[in-house]
Design a binder for this molecule. Sequence first.
Ligand code: SF4
Ligand code: SF4
Length: 100
Amino acid sequence: MADPFLPPAGYGPRSTLVRGCTACGACCAAPDIAALDKPLGVPCVHLGAGCLCAIYATRPQVCRNYAPDWVCGEVAPLQTLEARVRRFLEIYGLQDELPQ
Ligand code: SF4
Ligand code: SF4
């Protein structure tokens, strides 16, 4: 099975190999999450200080299923949550889907 932390072709020069979650908050802010009625690009209402989940013990299954991969290497090293969200959405080609 392919290593989920290795970036696809074209991402090599920029990607940082991050293994494991560094609690950067990007995956709790960038994607839309139907189970939480969370729109794209808006931080989850449960995302607390230090980008930690305030309801971690009772978070929905979709959050439990999310596993770190190479995208973490692209977003986690960026300085602000806003920058991480922007890069996360760019990677998935969703940057133009944000409400204006
Ligand atoms: S994007 Fe990756 S490093 Fe950042 S919070 Fe999500 S799983 Fe963790
Ligand atoms: S419920 Fe917790 S783990 Fe799930 S998106 Fe919100 S802050 Fe992240």
